[in-house]
Write a protein that binds this ligand. Structure first.
Ligand SMILES: Cc1cc2nc3c(=O)[nH]c(=O)nc-3n(C[C@H](O)[C@H](O)[C@H](O)COP(=O)(O)OP(=O)(O)OC[C@H]3O[C@@H](n4cnc5c(N)ncnc54)[C@H](O)[C@@H]3O)c2cc1C
Length: 467
């Protein structure tokens, strides 16, 4: 931590019991303190590397609870963390000694099938939202693992299989309802508090607690063409070059990733994963060139419900393992970078380690960089280096492996990083947090932070210091 870093622990702060009792009187959800039933479960997040002990977990049931919990943390001068889906690798959804405003009980969803919109509360996950919207054959761009929270993902930008056709999750956000640091409840849209609405689409959790999100929906599925094409790891170099060279020809209705991973039975593999969400016959034609590449060891591409496509990676990313990620946007996939990736993956210390390369373009790049606080619209690729393991004794080997690969890739990467894939600031450093917004966007966000959160109440995040 550098000297400019705002305090993120408040050891020795004594919480005022009288104040907690008066909060309890106006709180509908559960208030959990250390030792209470459910406290230990409620402080766990997806990444088991994060083991924090909040003084109070405020499990909110609605906006009234959120308003009360935010006022309590502010008035008691306590560190405050906000939990949506609890899925972020950095683990900022929980804090030591402070208050967690936990939205995970806030599961309300309302779909308007005529207007093709959906409103959902801040504790909803993508699996839950897809469940409701797909009932009407509709969906919006959402994460590729169904347990991820809609709020955290959308506030950082939001990548998913639909983004090349329909834009990022934040591009489909029509409105956000926000509890601000000074206790206001604001509905933000393109015309109501448009400055805040701009900031919320890429600026992460810096500006308040988002209690409700309204999305534009699109007709999707219900059956789509999706699944992995697995190849031997020896084909990794060729496969990544093929992925790079084919990328400009892939239709926007196809989301696609390339990956290096280990199968559940221990075989190291390379893979292409297309998800085509247009008509199935067009999908078959679009997938054909991918099928013709090399000699797949397994072709699992086939028609499946869109909701199943949205869960293709669920089993690979279970909650409760120790996790470490590094990532960067890539301006292209240089041959040397491909060789580095293929070579380094062979030394992966864990069968749960992998490399994924996401493909952008299409609707993502048609939005001007200054239109939302998510600015990185022109990178064709993003690389995520991830690894997961169980034993603390394996921390060093896994973390070192990811860091070494990331360092070796830097000559071929941009300076930019996706805010939602960034690790803890203590590990990544302040410069990387700034890089996650980009200089121009950071300055604009810092000015808005001064307007909406001058005391930096919302600082358990990839923090933007008030200007
Ligand atoms: C297995 C896995 C798969 C992923 N796949 C994708 C993917 O396909 N596409 C993609 O874009 N990202 C993906 N991500 C990254 C994901 O977008 C981030 O981890 C995101 O922060 C998760 O949101 P959450 O609500 O679950 O997070 P949480 O851990 O609950 O919150 C993370 C941070 O977001 C902010 N936040 C969350 N909820 C609110 C709220 N209601 N109001 C204000 N601030 C809030 C807070 O600052 C909080 O610290 C993935 C992550 C994981 C672990």
């Amino acid at each position: 931590m550098t000297v400019t870093e705002p305090p993120r622990t408040m050891t020795n702060r004594v919480i005022d019991d009288v104040a907690i009792e008066s909060l309890r009187a106006e709180f509908r959800g559960a208030l959990l303190r250390p030792g209470d039933d459910g406290y230990d479960a409620a402080r766990q997040v997806w990444n088991a590397m994060v083991d924090r002990r909040p003084a109070l977990i405020a499990r909110c049931t609605g906006v009234a609870d959120v308003l009360a919990a935010v006022a309590f943390a502010r008035d008691q001068d306590l560190l405050l963390a906000v939990r949506g889906g609890g899925h972020n690798v950095a683990g900022n959804a929980v804090c030591d000694d402070g208050v967690v405003v936990d939205l995970s009980l806030m599961k309300g969803i309302r779909v308007d099938p005529v207007a093709r919109t959906a409103w959902a509360e801040g504790g909803v996950t993508w699996g839950e939202l897809d469940h409701e919207t797909q009932t009407f054959g509709l969906a919006t761009t959402g994460g590729t693992v169904s347990m991820t929270g809609i709020a955290g993902l959308t506030l950082g930008g939001g990548f998913g299989w639909l983004m090349r056709k329909h834009g990022l999750a934040c591009d489909n956000l029509l409105a956000a309802e926000v509890v601000t640091a000074d206790g206001r409840f604001l509905r933000c849209t393109a015309t109501e508090h448009p400055d805040l609405f701009w900031a919320l689409r890429g600026g992460g959790g810096n500006f308040g607690v988002v209690t409700g999100l309204e999305y534009q929906l699109h007709p999707v599925g219900p059956i789509v063409l999706a699944g992995p094409l697995f190849h031997p790891l020896d084909a990794a170099g060729e496969l990544l070059r093929f992925f790079r060279d084919s990328a400009p020809t892939l239709p926007e209705a196809m989301g696609c990733m390339a990956a290096l991973l280990t199968s559940p039975d221990g075989n190291p593999l390379s893979a292409l994963v297309p998800v085509y969400t247009g008509p199935l016959d067009e999908g078959e034609a679009a997938v054909q060139p991918l099928r013709q590449f090399g000699s797949p060891v397994a072709d699992l591409v086939g028609p499946m419900p869109y909701r199943a496509a949205q869960m293709l990676f669920d089993a690979a990313f279970p909650a409760g393992q120790r996790n470490y990620w590094k990532s960067s946007f890539l301006p292209g996939l240089a041959d040397v970078a491909i060789d580095v990736l293929a070579d380094h993956f062979r030394r992966a210390p864990s069968p749960h380690a992998g490399i994924a390369i996401e493909l952008f373009g299409g609707a993502v790049s048609r939005v001007a960089p200054e239109e939302t606080a998510f600015a990185f619209r022109d990178s064709p690729f993003n690389v995520i280096i991830f690894t997961a393991w169980d034993e603390p004794a394996e921390d060093l080997a896994n973390i070192s492996w990811a860091r070494e690969l990331w360092s070796a890739l830097q000559p071929f990467a941009t300076d930019a990083v996706y805010v939602n894939y960034l690790g803890d600031v203590g590990d990544e450093g302040r410069a990387r947090v700034r890089a996650a917004y980009g200089d121009a966007t950071y300055e604009r966000l810092a000015a808005l932070k001064r307007a909406y959160d001058p005391e930096n109440l919302f600082r358990m995040n990839q923090n933007i210091a008030p200007a």
